[in-house]
Every structure is written in structure tokens, then in C-alpha cells.
Design a protein around this ligand. Structure first.
Ligand code: ATP
Length: 586
């Protein structure tokens, strides 16, 4: 396939913000693509070369790309740099340079998708001495034969900034339009949820049709998309929803980890499917020492513990290990963790996700030996409010956040990748309607004044609207940051700066700076109100108003474990608002 065809698709995707239209554009492209090209184009459309869980990421430094562009187009580096300052995006800069500067050379050969992909692979994997030269050489080789439009997307890909806003659910829509019926979409989504590899699902679909996709199963080594919980604010509501009784577990406050265990090793993945194996060598060793099963996939929460008292420590202590290469062994010693296991998804060759929770738990408990570092989550099956309340108090006393209620009915399977009422979280913050945390996405910022001059004065925060794949503003966040956090925030956000409001952000406010939705912050809100300015859940409570969070405060927790689409949703906020109202009325 010619790369030009894919670049044309990107031009069309770039020109629309409608999810339906995006799915249609992709579907007609998918129909005509060879299986391997289809697979690769799915990754590339999402700004990747491989599925999410592969460690190799595209992300060439701007500086290196500027150098390469300057040399390929015969322009001064400084000119390219200045154009970038003006336009913000090196893809557009490249496209303009090609239009004005570059003559097609006699020796240029049309680019194929396979050639571009292979070159990008080499760029992403070359490391060590001389790697910069080799990256530039690989890139120059394809840029040499590129047209203006092709160069635009190659530059966006190689810097990891595709920003087409094509969510996985849109790709799934497109695949089902191209290869299945509307009713069969679930089969494709399920395959994605258990393999976390949309490219592989696409390739399988185009080679073997829906039957092929049906045969994709849970496999050790392929992370499974996490099952998520809904929230409710009282034991009475939870028990009613669960049909009178259910299992309650401690809700540990740590890092969710999915462990893939085989004879030849253990791999750990985060809730966002990043590999965490390197960060938790102690957990890997503990699993190796106490698992008796030959192969298994288990899930649990890694919680920091105080080795002197045996008590859990705040979540922040475990975040000291994140992204740490040096001093990891000190961090392991200083902040040891306990892996509290709550689920089993695969055991000795058998997919366990369709078993009920009590069966999964029974199998889990006999698959390892309990140690100080490896324990089964505390669980009780309860059917009355008082018992739940006292278990809740025990959980809080033991340093947990609250309880997780889990349905134990015949349908209590593991629903990969979905949030539903089979699991319901009940946290301590819910006891006061004015004291709850939400995870919000930074979409814009306002210039600082006075002491904050040169920094951002306040950030424009948004919730995620799943149905429309958009980010809706809920508040201006200015408090809770200390000076160091403010400086750090400036650096982090700079990487996501864009010239204008992102096309998936709904805002009636004009911010001074705009960002692509990427950074998620935990925010403690005092109150949810209806606001004419904010756009979250707009029109649901009041015809001409959205929801706003009043008196928001940054808790200090940057949710690096959450992507923007995993932030609190507008629907969740709406439910919280309604629950609050109910309490006030009572
Ligand atoms: P979510 O994961 O639902 O988007 P979140 O990351 O903000 O939300 P919470 O709302 O606090 O986290 O609750 C869900 C998380 O609780 C799970 O993803 C898991 O990491 C953690 N957890 C702790 N204990 C348990 C348990 N016993 N069973 C399931 N999850 C648990």
C-alpha cells in the first residue's frame, strides 16, 4: 500500500470532529487494506507503532527532527525553529516547507506504508552511541521521498504527536462497519478487551473474519483491559442494587497491578497497561517464590507498607518508584510493598474470565502461598447494612480507602475493559458530600499574576464525555499547588501545548493557553453546582447550564496511571451531583 493513501485518510480525519464520520472514513480505508497494512495503520493512527503495552514508544526529540527537516529541505535550522515557535506543530511546519521549498527530485520513489513503518521502527529502537545520527539517517531517507502531506504526518508520528483524536472505540466502530454487522461489534470489542491489541484484532478480522476474532483468547503476556467499578454512596443503596447481598472487599489504596506468571518469568502491567516489571523487582521475586501454578494472570493492588508497624502507608509512597531508574533498590528497601490479590483471570491454560467471582477467588487462593508480601484481599460476604458499615470502619482503620462491593451472582464474570455495577466502590470521602476527589484533565490555562507571574495562574479542568468522546470543562483550578509543583506543572504541560483549543474540548471560556487533553490531576472538590459557563453534562440538569466544581484544590496527586479518557466522566459527575442533592433533601 502506498503511504499516500493513509496520509489522505489522515487529512480527512483531521478535518472532522465527528466520531461517526471518523469511523466511516476509517472503515472504507480498512476494507481496501492488506491485513498487515491494516494492523500497522491502526497503530499509526493512534500515534503508536505497537499496542499500548509495548515499551517502545515513538517520541523523537523536536531538536533532532528540526535538524533533519532543515537538511532535507535545504533550510536553516533557525528558520525551522522559528516556524515551530509560530505554529507549534512540526507537522504543519514540514508541510509548509515542502510546499514552498522543496522540489521533487529525480530519484524519489513513492513511499509505501511498509517502508515508512520500518523506518519508524528503526528510529524508535536505535539506542546508544551514534543513535542520533542513525535516527536522522532513517528519517531523512523517507522524508526525502515524501510529499508535503506525507511529510506532515511522518513528522507528527515520529515525535509521538499524531493528535487525530481517534479513540479505540472509534477504531472498533470502523472495524465493525468494515467487517461485521452492528450486532457483532461486541465480539470485536471483547477481543480487544482481552488482548489489548487493536492492531492484532484488525489483522485477524481481515484474515479470518469474525470467526478468527472469536478465537482470540486471554493469553499470558498480553495484558487484559481492567474491569472497573461504578460508585455509590451508601451501604443501603449498594445492597439494594446487589439484590440484598454481595461480597465486600477492602479497597486498598495503592497501584493496581496485573501480574502475568509463567515458568520462564513474571511480567507486571499497570492499569494503563504499561509494563511495571522493572519497578517492582520485590513483587516479582515474591510471586516467583510463592506461586504454585504453572501459569496464571492475577490482579491486585500494590500497597506500600511500613515494615516496622506492618501498617499501610499512603499511596504517594509507592509513587516514588515510578519512572525511577537510579536508586530503585533504595526505593524498594525504603518503601516496600505488599501485593494484595483480588482476582484471577487465567490459570494453567484456562481462561477464567467467564467464571463467577467466588470460583475465581477459590482458585486464586489455592494457587499461591500467603506471605508477608503476598496476600489475598480481605473479603466478607454480607447482607445487612450494619455489618457492611462495621467492615467499612475496619477497612478505614487498616488504612484502606473504603470497600469494593462485588456481585456474587451467576453473571459475576470478569468484564474486561468495562465499568459497570458488578463492582461498586464505596469510599470514605463519600460520607461527606463536600469532600470527594475527582480526576480531571487539564485542557487549558490562564496566565498567572502577582506571585504566579511567569507561571500558570489557574488551570482549566475538564471531565470526559464518553458518549461523544469530548472533554467538557468543570472548573478553574488554582489552589493546592506549592512552588515546586507549579514549576513542574509548567514543564509537564509545555509538552502538550497547542496553538488553539483542542477540537475535542468543549469550552465556553477563552483560555490563555491550550493543551491537548493528556494530563490528569486529582482534585478535591467542595461542591458541585450548575453553571452557565461550564460545559460538563451540559443541558442535563438545566437547559442552559453545565456542572461546575466549586472550590477545587489539587491534592498533589498527578494521575500518571490514568489517560485522559480514564478521568472522571461527565456522567459520573452528574451522578455525584444527583447523589448530593438527595442527601441535602433527606
Ligand atoms: P477507576 O479505576 O475505577 O477508574 P480510580 O483509579 O480513581 O478509579 P478508585 O475510584 O479509587 O480508583 O477505585 C478503583 C480502583 O480500586 C481499582 O482500579 C483498583 O486499583 C483499586 N482497588 C483496591 N482494592 C480493590 C479490590 N479489592 N478490588 C478491586 N479493585 C481494588
Amino acid at each position: 500500500m502506498l503511504f499516500r493513501d493513509l496520509a489522505d485518510v489522515y487529512e480527512r480525519l483531521d478535518a472532522t470532529t465527528s466520531r461517526l464520520e471518523m469511523a466511516d472514513i476509517l472503515a472504507s480505508f480498512f476494507k481496501g487494506a492488506e491485513p498487515l497494512d491494516l494492523r500497522r495503520s491502526i497503530y499509526l493512527t493512534q500515534g503508536q507503532l505497537y499496542p499500548d503495552y509495548y515499551p517502545q514508544k515513538l517520541g523523537m526529540a523536536d531538536k533532532l527532527l528540526i535538524k533533519t527537516l532543515a537538511s532535507v529541505t535545504g533550510t536553516k535550522e533557525q528558520t525551522v525553529q522559528e516556524a515551530q515557535l509560530k505554529e507549534g506543530d512540526l507537522g504543519s511546519v514540514a508541510s509548509h516547507l515542502y510546499e514552498t521549498k522543496r522540489q521533487t527530485t529525480l530519484f524519489s520513489e513513492p513511499l509505501t506504508l511498509s517502508r515508512v513503518y520500518t523506518a519508524l521502527e528503526k528510529v524508535s529502537t536505535s539506542e546508544g552511541g551514534g543513535s542520533q545520527d542513525s535516527k536522522m539517517k532513517q528519517l531523512a531517507d523517507i522524508l526525502h521521498d515524501a510529499s508535503a502531506v506525507e511529510a506532515k504526518y511522518i513528522c507528527r508520528m515520529v515525535t509521538g504527536k499524531m493528535r487525530l483524536g481517534v479513540a479505540s472505540m472509534t477504531v472498533i466502530d470502523a472495524l465493525s462497519i468494515a467487517f461485521a454487522t452492528k450486532e457483532e461489534r461486541d465480539v470485536i470489542e471483547r477481543a480487544f478487551n482481552v488482548t489489548s491489541d487493536l492492531g492484532m484484532v484488525g489483522e485477524t478480522l481481515s484474515r479470518g473474519g469474525l470467526e478468527g476474532v472469536r478465537s482470540l483468547h486471554v493469553q499470558v503476556g498480553n495484558p487484559i483491559r481492567a474491569m472497573l467499578a461504578e460508585r455509590m454512596s451508601s451501604p443501603a443503596e449498594i445492597l439494594e442494587r446487589m439484590g440484598g447481598g454481595c461480597a465486600f472487599e477492602y479497597k486498598y489504596d495503592g497501584v493496581r497491578v496485573q501480574a502475568h506468571i509463567e515458568a520462564n518469568g513474571v511480567k507486571l502491567f499497570s492499569r494503563r497497561l504499561e509494563e511495571l516489571t522493572g519497578q517492582f523487582p520485590d513483587v516479582v521475586a515474591a510471586i516467583k517464590a510463592s506461586f504454585t501454578a504453572k501459569s496464571a494472570i492475577v490482579e491486585g493492588e500494590c500497597v506500600p507498607i511500613d515494615i516496622n508497624t506492618g501498617e499501610f502507608l499512603p499511596f504517594q509512597e509507592v509513587s516514588h518508584r515510578r519512572g525511577r531508574k537510579h536508586g530503585l533498590s533504595e526505593a524498594v528497601e525504603e518503601y516496600p510493598v505488599r501485593f494484595c490479590l483480588f482476582d484471577l483471570l487465567f490459570l494453567d491454560g484456562k481462561d477464567m474470565t467467564d467464571e463467577t467471582i467466588l470460583k475465581r477467588r477459590a482458585a486464586l487462593s489455592s494457587s499461591f502461598r500467603t506471605t508477608d508480601q503476598l496476600k489475598l484481599s480481605e473479603m466478607r460476604v454480607l447482607d445487612n447494612e450494619d455489618a457492611v458499615q462495621s467492615f467499612f470502619m475496619e477497612a478505614i482503620r487498616d488504612g484502606c480507602e473504603g470497600l469494593m462491593a462485588k456481585s456474587i451472582g451467576p453473571d459475576s464474570v470478569y468484564r474486561a475493559g468495562s465499568r459497570g455495577f458488578l463492582w461498586i466502590k464505596y469510599k470514605k470521602e463519600y460520607r461527606s458530600e463536600l469532600n470527594d476527589t475527582v480526576d480531571l484533565v487539564v485542557v487549558g490555562a490562564f496566565a498567572g499574576r502577582g506571585k504566579r507571574k511567569g507561571f500558570y495562574g489557574a488551570l482549566l479542568m475538564a471531565t470526559y464525555n464518553e458518549a461523544e468522546d469530548r472533554f467538557e470543562t468543570v472548573s478553574k483550578l488554582g489552589s493546592g499547588f506549592d512552588d515546586a509543583e507549579l514549576a513542574e506543572m509548567l514543564k509537564t504541560l509545555e509538552q502538550h501545548r497547542i496553538a488553539d483549543r483542542h477540537h475535542q474540548v468543549s469550552s465556553n471560556m477563552q483560555a490563555d493557553y491550550w493543551f491537548e487533553p493528556a494530563v490528569v490531576l486529582e482534585v478535591l472538590g467542595a461542591e458541585i453546582t450548575v453553571s452557565p459557563i461550564h460545559t460538563a453534562a451540559f443541558g442535563t440538569v438545566k437547559k442552559d447550564g453545565g456542572l461546575a466544581i466549586r472550590f477545587p484544590r489539587f491534592t498533589g496527586k498527578v494521575r500518571t496511571d490514568k489517560g485522559p479518557r480514564e478521568a472522571t466522566t461527565s456522567t459520573e459527575l452528574l451522578n455525584m451531583y444527583r447523589q448530593q442533592l438527595k442527601k441535602i433533601e433527606e
